[in-house]
Design a protein around this ligand. Structure first.
Ligand code: ADP
Length: 162
């Protein structure tokens, strides 16, 4: 069986927690599609093109991982790319309620697609893109939590916007 998983998110920006999850998934599934949501309503710090580029560079070494952008229903994006699994990360119980609701909605919209959850390595369990943005905004060191090129992009972003 050839199984493709789709890993959707805002990735504003991609962190080592996301990369940890993608690495784990790339060992389980034949193909992993990291799908960056345009998420205009969230007014992301990095625009769509920047988030796609940062994600592409972060997973460039993983041969069975591709990065795509989407601005549609997730199940439609999954179908377009032949994915039968939606992959999401669970860090703590606090993630559960929202993820449970999303998994239920996605199941009713796409009954042929299963949502599967992975947990990150323990050093990434407290990591989120929003915490990274906050630390970087105040000049804190995020080098243990994001790839080097993401750290550089954060430094540039806050140097420009203050
Ligand atoms: P979204 O806006 O869809 O929540 P995110 O980019 O914040 O997008 O997260 C995408 C997915 O990655 C979600 O399933 C989230 O739970 C998961 N995730 C985020 N950070 C981590 C982390 N540190 N470890 C594992 N999973 C994570």
């Amino acid at each position: 069986m050839n199984v493709t998983a789709i890993y959707p998110g805002t990735f504003d920006p991609i962190t080592l927690g996301h990369v940890d999850l993608v690495c784990r998934a790339s060992r389980i599934f034949d193909r992993v599609i990291l799908a960056v949501a345009e998420s205009k309503a969230k007014t992301p710090l990095f625009d769509f093109a920047e988030r796609l580029e940062l994600a592409r560079e972060a997973v460039a070494d993983l041969v069975n991982v591709e990065v795509v952008g989407f601005n549609s229903l997730l199940v439609d994006c999954a179908r377009t790319h032949g994915a039968t699994v939606i992959l999401r990360g669970l860090r703590a119980v606090s993630d559960f309620e929202f993820e449970f609701q999303m998994a239920g909605m996605n199941r009713s919209l796409g009954p042929e697609i299963e949502t599967i959850f992975l947990t990150p390595g323990e050093s990434y369990a407290f990591l989120s893109s929003s915490v990274i943005r906050e630390i970087a905004k105040f000049g804190g060191d995020v080098s243990a939590f994001v790839p080097g090129h993401v750290r550089a992009a954060l430094v540039r972003k806050f140097a420009v916007s203050g």
